[in-house]
Design a protein around this ligand. Structure first.
Ligand SMILES: *Cc1c(COP(=O)(O)O)cnc(C)c1O
Length: 394
């Protein structure tokens, strides 16, 4: 029996609907009490001092790069294996995005490749926790300290993930122990959703003040920050900001979703375990690698099809999987080969061979907490049957 399974999807239940409905009946449609409640909840869970909720993960990246002070003339190093908005945020700031290749085991940015690209123009680093697995943040922090660089960790895919710090203690992504700021996304395919939404976390009060202003047009009413005081109506625009506010009813949804985060991650990891068990003996595919010093929150389950062992190319495999009802996808097209990045910054195919090689084989399978055991079994059966049909006889 054919199923229809997307690669990712939200889990909204009656309690979520009720929480949003409750807020819609109050006077606070936009800037109400649910925003700071949601911010405090996430900050506390992650172990960071401050959190600023905004209208998307991309908005979070934008105000983070501006708070970091990146500007024209600066270079900011990031990974090609990410969604375009990570690199786009660097472009928004006027700085130049520099791509450093990834590691072939975790598909995360390679600290050795970062080192090769650091120079006197480098202003910062934006590593990404690809698929939910934390990047090598301790090593990256060492580089940043040596060269005085700002780190913005793009944790859009890694809410709830953990890694071992330099003392071997588990640390949660978002604690900002090794980053100046960490961002999250609450898009429906991510771990929890607010429809659209995002957040920046930091332990730095100065950055926090800037983030708050940038979220709302660059204005402030804070008596401690005003240059003068004309009266009770008075506010000042001190920098060029945006309207990146999130609404109160979205944050009500975020709060209720957040309560289910650990359950969601637990289910994601269960599904991953079934996949791994089912695929680990198949020589034609490579299953995801989880580092011993990381606990991935598994936003994605990516397998690599080894074309040299198969009669079919990735395109054909992909199309067959889609025709069997698997909403497979590809994460990510290396950012540097998009026409914009080639034309504006002179990147070309071949510049980042590990990311490009990864892209040639990578396909993301359905993975979301609402999948039941039957759904998971269906996926493993489709994959096993397909490999059987397509493998080269040896
Ligand atoms: C989803 C995602 C973003 C963008 O988040 P939005 O909320 O969709 O704006 C940025 N970076 C990465 C790595 C992502 O996966």
């Amino acid at each position: 029996m054919r199923k229809n399974l997307p690669y990712g999807r939200q889990w909204i239940d009656e309690s979520d609907i009720e929480c949003v409905g409750d807020v819609l009946k109050t006077d606070w449609i936009t800037q109400g009490p649910k925003i700071s409640e949601f911010e405090q909840m996430v900050a506390e869970y992650c172990g960071a001092k401050y959190a600023v909720a905004v209208s998307s993960g991309t908005a979070a990246l934008h105000i983070a790069v501006l708070s970091a002070g990146f500007s024209p003339g600066d270079e900011v190093i990031t990974t090609p294996n990410t969604f375009v908005s990570t690199a786009n945020s660097i472009v928004y700031s006027g700085a130049t995005p520099i791509f450093a290749d990834i590691k072939s085991d975790t598909y995360n940015i390679n600290p050795e490749e970062i080192k090769k690209r650091v120079n006197e123009r480098t202003g910062g680093l934006i590593p990404v926790d690809f698929s939910g697995q934390p990047c090598d943040i301790v090593e990256i922090k060492n580089i940043a300290e040596k060269y005085n660089l700002v780190i913005i960790e793009d944790g859009a895919q890694s809410l709830g993930a953990e890694y071992k710090d330099e003392n071997g203690e588990w640390e949660r992504v978002g604690s900002c122990k090794y980053s100046d700021m960490t961002i999250f996304s609450f898009h429906p395919v991510k771990h929890i959703t607010t429809g659209e939404g995002g957040m920046v976390l930091t332990n730095d009060n100065e950055l926090y003040q800037k983030l708050i202003m940038l979220r709302t047009h660059g204005v402030t009413k804070d008596k401690n920050l005003l240059k003068k005081d004309d009266g009770p109506w008075y506010f000042e625009m001190q920098m060029l900001g945006f309207n990146y506010r999130i609404t109160d009813f979205q944050c009500a949804l975020g709060i209720n979703q957040f309560k289910k985060l650990d359950k969601f991650i637990k289910r994601r990891r269960e599904v991953v375990e079934i996949y791994n068990d089912s695929f680990k003996e198949i020589k034609e595919i490579i299953i995801p690698y989880e580092k011993p010093d990381a606990k991935s929150s598994y936003h994605l389950y990516v397998i690599q099809f080894r074309e040299e062992r198969l009669k079919a190319r990735k395109r054909e495999i992909f199309e067959r999987l889609r025709s069997e009802g698997l909403g497979v996808n590809v994460h990510h097209i290396p950012v540097h080969i998009h026409p914009f990045y080639q034309e504006k910054y002179g990147y070309k195919e071949g510049d980042l061979p590990v990311a490009e090689e990864y892209y040639r084989g990578a396909i993301s399978l359905p993975l979301y907490p609402k999948m039941n055991d039957e759904d998971v079994k269906y996926v493993t059966k489709v994959i096993n049957d397909l490999i059987y049909k397509c493998k080269k006889s040896s």
